[in-house]
Design a binder for this molecule. Sequence first.
Ligand SMILES: [Zn+2]
Length: 228
Amino acid sequence: MFKNVSVTFCPDNTWIRFDSWSQHFYIQRDQWSIVDGRYVADAGLFIDAFGVNTNNLRIFQCTTTSNIVIKAAFNITGTGADLMLDGVTFGDLFLQGIEEVWSGSFGDYNVSTFARSASRGISVNIVDGGGVSSVSHSIWGWRHSRPGSVTMYTHFSDETLRTAQQFMFTAAHEFGHNLGIGDHPSHAAAGNIMRWAADGRNTHHFVSAENISDVLESARRQRRQARW
Ligand SMILES: [Zn+2]
């Protein structure tokens, strides 16, 4: 289940306690506000309390605010991982692309995504060369505990170097597969990050509210969501 955090309100409203697995923390009255009847708190509070460098993939939805926090850790290796593009390594562009594209307000969803390096994270191989990026899944299929391993290429198949932006969008697309969502048919999802062939050269891709509801549905059912 993705609703991993349970919430306890102090009767006089001076604190809220959050529990997740064996950990818990409190936020104080000046750390939240109430907007349109909903409690709003900075996602950074959760990250400080529960950490980001856990292995693999975690999705939290605060039961009180409905805010969503996605935390993913990646073990990045490969001949292209430490090569630089515009002063940044491909490894860092990979993480940055995921955080930027998968954070924001998508319809009614407020999502904060944190992508970090960690030795026990999702395995990512960045190849210095041309090819079509992909995620391979275990023969046992996708689950949160088995998000698949990622192969990324610094160049397109015709050996043209990707721009930083193109590489970042591709990272974000592949991460959608780690989150358990499938490719979108191209005719029905212009510009969507999960559009089939988002590995192409478009200069802009975005996450939609539908993508986020698919992510939550995958988490709930532990089954990949396909929209063909
Ligand atoms: Zn794809």
